[in-house]
Design a protein around this ligand. Structure first.
Ligand code: SF4
Ligand code: SF4
Length: 348
């Protein structure tokens, strides 16, 4: 009985927290009512419910949280978000906005209020600068900063200049980070420099945490990050007024607490010593383990096999390509991607 009481109080607290967002105005074109309308119009009611169940389970919340997760989703368009693109390939933005068919992920992602995103916003030049300045000023302490890409520090940051005034990426990051409620570093480059910082790292690129000298950055590495991990982290913030529990690299445990190798559908073949030894061989045709072809699943912690990509269709190892532990950051590009099995056992 005591446990049930604590549980009820917990759920009520989350509910109160979500309701606080009613005080903020929706920033996006789709509002709460027409999110529901859009779900109905595309006949996605069932798909939406399944998506909410999947997300709730992935966030390691019990089934009684499902209505609250759904309620939280309705408020995703009320948090102002600034998305900065620094030294990157735009892969995380593309992963976030990809739209093959109007599937539920796409709809939710369009619903999120990306108030400033150089790639996506209609404004440009001075107009976009003033949008940014106004969010920094008017939504101080409320907006979430999402950063994609590494920060080149070489030559005083001059390898990356952005905007009409030629501000360096580093200066821009510091300016926007100052008033933000929370910072998410998405993708491996924002985590620790990733491929941009791969040897010999000519631009002196580093990740967000190092560039800002802060240890409170939420890291969502991946190449690209799975959009579901961004949505889950934002939802956690809406529901609990705090970021999720993190591992020692500041990555949310609910997404990065699992070893790829332990959830891989080819794992049975690994245990039976059944390996692909050459691309296209019999083992490859039978879906055997890719370890000897360079798969680094045993050294990688991420939820790819659990949530998969493209609306849960598949993930790299299922499609026949070894994992190179992209979520481990630049070591994946310096070392893991270039070696078949590592000579000595080592962990990320
Ligand atoms: S394919 Fe990779 S992740 Fe899957 S079992 Fe083999 S080594 Fe592990
Ligand atoms: S399978 Fe491995 S390399 Fe591919 S996205 Fe997942 S963690 Fe990154």
């Amino acid at each position: 009985e005591r446990e049930a009481k604590i549980r009820t109080e917990e759920l009520e607290a989350v509910h109160r927290r979500i309701n606080k967002f009613n005080a903020l105005h929706p920033k996006n074109m789709i509002d709460e009512d027409n999110l529901e309308e859009a779900i109905e119009a595309f006949d996605m009611g069932q798909e939406y419910n399944k998506w909410v169940s999947m997300l709730t389970a992935n966030m390691h919340l019990g089934p009684d949280y499902e209505p609250l997760v759904s309620e939280g989703v309705q408020h995703l368009n009320k948090i102002p978000i600034i998305w900065l693109e620094l030294a990157d390939c735009t892969g995380n933005s593309e992963g976030f906005i990809k739209s093959a068919h109007p599937k539920i992920d796409d709809l939710i992602l369009q619903y999120i209020s990306l108030d400033y995103h150089e790639l996506l916003m209609a404004a440009s030049g001075d107009q976009s600068e003033s949008v940014l300045d106004s969010i920094i000023k008017n939504d101080a302490g409320k907006y979430i900063l999402i950063v994609e890409g590494a920060i080149p520090l070489g030559m005083e940051g001059k390898f990356l200049r952005i905007g009409a005034k030629g501000e360096t990426g580093h200066a821009l990051l510091k300016r926007v980070a100052k008033n933000s409620a929370a910072i998410l570093a998405v993708g491996s480059c924002a985590f620790d420099g990733g491929v941009v910082a791969a040897k010999p790292n000519p631009t002196g690129a580093v990740g967000v945490s190092e560039a800002l000298g802060r240890d409170d950055i939420i890291n969502l590495p991946g190449c690209p990050v799975n959009p579901i991990n961004i949505v889950g982290t934002l939802l956690h913030f809406i529901m609990f007024d705090e970021m999720p529990k993190l591992d020692e690299k500041n990555r949310p445990l609910w997404a990065y607490g699992f070893r790829i190798h332990d959830n891989c559908e080819r794992r049975g073949h690994y245990d039976l010593d059944e390996f692909v030894l050459e691309w296209g061989d019999e083992g490859a045709k039978k879906g055997w383990c890719l370890f000897k072809m360079g798969c680094k699943g045993p050294y990688a912690n991420l939820n790819c096999p659990l949530v998969k990509f493209n609306e849960g269709t598949s993930w790299p190892v299922q499609a026949g390509h070894g994992c190179f532990a992209c979520g481990a950051g630049k070591i994946a590009f310096d070392k893991y991607a270039n070696h078949r099995p590592l000579e000595e056992e080592e962990d990320e």
